[in-house]
Design a protein around this ligand. Structure first.
Ligand code: AR6
Length: 180
């Protein structure tokens, strides 16, 4: 089994319950909260996360699509929240795939820079932002696998899927990865 395949897993559930070093939030460019997984993380994590986001927003004016920032995880079992901004799906020819790949890549860079060994991702952009789920799953698994092949600083990346469709799609992508 290749190192990358062995280091990835998919679970169905709520990312706010994950006791990992960092969970990733599908945020928006204001960093000031919203619905979906963003709303769930701020609700469960408490006001400390929003306060940290506000400080970052004041300092650098939010976060651009494809980029990522890191904060405390407040009351959550995780140690950090990495907030990344996925692309809003338009027509697929407006750089959406590359921007989504950048979300995974930049989040993992930030995780490694902050000595995180275990990271959990939601299915970025596949909710309110409308990215087609099959293509998003391909990009998610492909980008994480490529990143894992370049570092020995990460133990595990967990894809946490809220819905059955994303769970099955990610599982399909993981199964298709070569064993060597
Ligand atoms: N745990 C794991 N996954 C979840 C959870 C949860 N608790 N809740 C929802 N999901 P979305 P986006 C899944 O809409 O498409 C916010 O308002 C959900 O089923 O949360 O990137 C932000 O502020 C879907 O598969 O994020 C932005 O404005 C996935 O998470 C905007 O939404 C992503 O759905 C970002 O839209």
């Amino acid at each position: 089994m290749s190192a990358a395949k062995h280091q990835m897993e998919v679970v169905k559930g709520d990312i706010t319950t994950m006791a990992v070093d960092a969970i990733v939030n599908a945020a928006n460019s204001t960093l000031l909260g919203g619905g979906g997984v963003d709303g769930a993380i701020h609700r469960s994590g408490g006001p400390e996360i929003l306060e940290a986001c506000q400080k970052i927003a004041a300092r650098q004016g939010g976060c651009k699509t494809g980029e990522a920032v890191i904060t405390t995880a407040g009351n959550l079992p995780a140690s950090f929240v990495i907030h990344t901004v996925g692309p809003v799906w338009k027509d697929g020819r407006s750089g959406e795939p590359q921007k989504l790949a950048n979300c995974y890549k930049n989040s993992l860079h930030l995780a490694v820079d902050n000595s995180c060994n275990t990271v959990a991702f939601p299915s970025i952009s596949t909710g309110i932002y409308g990215f087609p789920k099959k293509e998003a799953a391909e990009i998610a698994v492909d980008t994480v696998a490529k990143f894992l092949a370049t570092t020995d600083k990460l133990d595990k990346v967990i894809f946490v899927c809220f819905d059955e469709e994303n769970y099955n799609l990610i599982q399909g992508e993981l199964t298709r990865l070569p064993n060597q």
